[in-house]
Design a protein around this ligand. Structure first.
Ligand SMILES: [Zn+2]
Length: 61
């Protein structure tokens, strides 16, 4: 594995979805940003509808 700079992802493997639950308030989170990382990973950023928290996840392409 390459030693990637990781933006403290909460999780590195999860089901492909555009919806997920906020870990803070359990409201729905919406996918707001996808950033490619090194050709093998995408950084997905979700924003919570309830508390406006942001969560980022690394996902294999
Ligand atoms: Zn929330």
């Amino acid at each position: 594995m390459l030693d990637l700079p990781r933006p403290t992802p909460t999780c590195t493997s999860f089901q492909t979805t555009t919806e997920m639950r906020c870990i803070k308030c359990n409201d729905r989170m919406k996918l707001v940003l996808i950033e490619p990382r090194d050709g093998k990973l995408n950084l997905l950023t979700y924003r919570c509808n309830g508390c406006a928290a942001h969560e980022s996840f690394l996902k294999a392409i």
